[in-house]
Design a protein around this ligand. Structure first.
Ligand code: ADP
Ligand code: MG
Ligand code: MG
Length: 487
């Protein structure tokens, strides 16, 4: 069975640098527990599903036994376009006319986007008091092998709110380095890139805190009710404490019950003034009830630096992503920046809107005729929401004449080349899987009034999942943490 998989997959393993190791079952069984102990030692941790708010019993976050091959040219390309993406997100977030026009049909049919948009409009009407802006995003890519067989970097999406795993990924490289050393691959181990997005993210938050200009003020991490991924957040949090910046953690519920604005719209909670609100919450409908929406509005009206502010969250919607790919849009948003426009466009794959017009009708007919070529995406985050194949076809057939179709976008399916690896997950049997990887680059920017004072890339995240899962991230229990092995 195992040998079948290896011979059937021999084409895939051509790209895998660990062919000799992957086939050696005894060696794998020996090294897997060493890898797990190393993850625990390095702090690649998650709380358990059963007890998401206690650290009495924790386990390792899922990860690959071995690093995955990433072509160096594509990694470089992903890094070199990150500042362009930062700039683009910032421009979109400041362009009310663009946001309004782009989301006009979506907000009519998607309640969640509509609620966000309502808050956005309300804050605009009242006048924005915030003068320091902080963006922390993660642009995600896959390597598309298309027909020609040469890989191309293609963007999956950009996350402008609560982009996670910058903390745990900062600790994963050491685990893989150790594993390779134990396997006698010290030369390869030394090639693994250093990577510390936790530090870069914290540097951005620290800069925003400093520009806010009040020594006594704190940074508030807005966190979910169930906090399984707390260690990822603590990595960033502790970096701030090291810089003598105090951090508090609160939920929407706490904000609703105890937060207030003073005459200057400074935000206060439990006797503390808040300089920066860093959202690790608030990106999906289930994060909100009526009170939480009120809390969100209060935060958005305040002078505190929101990461992200509501406009920047809207700039990260799938609908905006699709609109950005339309010919001429980038040029309008980034005039006089043809090189940035070219770099950005090179990472786009086909994205299609399904407006209630003839063009939309044609797109839908095309997708129904060939569903395996596409991915159907609603305006949602966090993995597990997209539709593929037969299901995509059925949904499109059902909604094709209804305005509901405008709440989705359609995207070309990216076809990465699978490679073999072992996905280590607590309480799961050790078995080899055919996997594909998704590369994310973290970007950080800070704007003071009209001036972008920070615009950087701060590290990467590689996530890998078995090919049988079409969708879903690490938090969704599908993908696992990985480290790029540059080839
Ligand atoms: P979310 O905001 O929920 O993370 P994504 O756009 O990242 O939404 O989609 C979730 C997952 O679906 C991705 O991590 C990827 O595995 C898969 N996916 C998304 N878009 C594509 C695509 N165009 N081609 C292939 N797989 C895709
Ligand atoms: Mg997302
Ligand atoms: Mg995603």
């Amino acid at each position: 069975m195992l040998s079948d998989l290896f011979s059937a997959a021999s084409a895939f393993t051509m790209t895998a640098p660990w062919k000799d190791i992957l086939c050696n079952v005894q060696l794998i069984q020996y090294v897997a527990p060493i890898a797990v102990d190393s993850a625990l030692l390095e702090g690649v941790l998650m709380r358990t599903k059963d007890d998401p708010n206690a650290s009495d019993v924790v386990n390792y976050a899922p990860f690959t036994l071995l690093p995955s091959a990433v072509p160096s040219s594509l990694l470089e390309q992903a890094y070199s376009v990150q500042q362009d993406f930062n700039l683009l997100v910032d421009e979109v977030s400041r362009n009310a006319e663009f946001l309004e026009r782009t989301l006009a049909s979506t907000v009519k049919v998607d309640d969640f986007t509509a609620q966000l948009f309502k808050i956005y409009k309300q804050v605009l009407k009242e006048g924005i008091t915030q003068s320091v802006f902080l963006g922390i995003n993660r642009s995600d890519y896959m390597f598309d092998y298309g027909a020609e067989g040469t890989p191309a970097l293609k963007q999956i999406e950009i996350n402008t709110i609560a982009a996670s795993f910058g903390g745990l990924t900062s600790r994963t490289t050491a685990v893989h380095r150790h594993v390779l050393n134990v396997l006698g691959k010290s030369k390869e181990a030394s090639k693994l890139l250093t990577n510390n997005p936790a530090k870069g993210i914290a540097t951005g938050i620290a800069k925003a805190w400093e520009l806010y200009g009040s020594d006594r003020a704190v940074v508030m991490f807005l966190v979910e009710e169930a906090q399984r991924n707390i260690f990822d957040q603590r990595c960033v949090e502790n970096e701030l404490w090291m810089r003598n910046i105090r951090v508090i953690r609160r939920r929407f519920k706490d904000v609703f019950e105890k937060a207030s604005l003073d005459n200057d719209k400074r935000l206060h909670i439990d006797g503390e003034e808040i300089a920066v609100v860093y959202y690790r919450e608030g990106y999906v409908p289930k994060n909100y009830n009526k009170q939480n929406w009120e809390a969100r509005l209060l935060l958005e009206r305040s002078r505190a630096v929101k990461c992200p502010d509501i406009a920047t969250q809207l700039a990260g919607t799938k609908k905006v992503q699709q609109e950005l790919s339309r010919p001429g849009t980038l040029e309008k948003l980034l005039p006089n920046k043809p090189e940035a426009v070219a770099r950005l466009r090179a990472t786009f794959t086909g994205l299609y809107s399904m407006e209630m017009d003839e063009e939309g009708d044609k797109i839908i007919a095309m997708a129904i005729a060939d569903p395996d070529r596409f991915v159907l995406k609603p305006q949602r985050e966090g993995g597990g929401n997209n539709l593929y194949g037969e299901e995509l076809k059925q949904v499109l057939e059902k909604i094709k004449d209804s305005p509901e179709r405008t709440s989705y976008i359609l995207m070309d399916k990216i076809k990465p080349l699978p490679a073999l690896n072992y996905l280590l997950r607590a309480h799961s049997p050790l078995k080899v899987s055919e996997c594909v990887s998704e590369l994310g680059i973290f970007g950080v920017y800070v704007r003071l009034g009209q001036d972008l004072v920070v615009n950087k890339h701060v590290g990467h995240l590689l996530r890998t999942k078995a090919v049988e899962h079409a969708d879903g991230g690490v938090a969704a229990g599908v993908a696992v943490l990985d480290t790029p092995y540059v080839i």
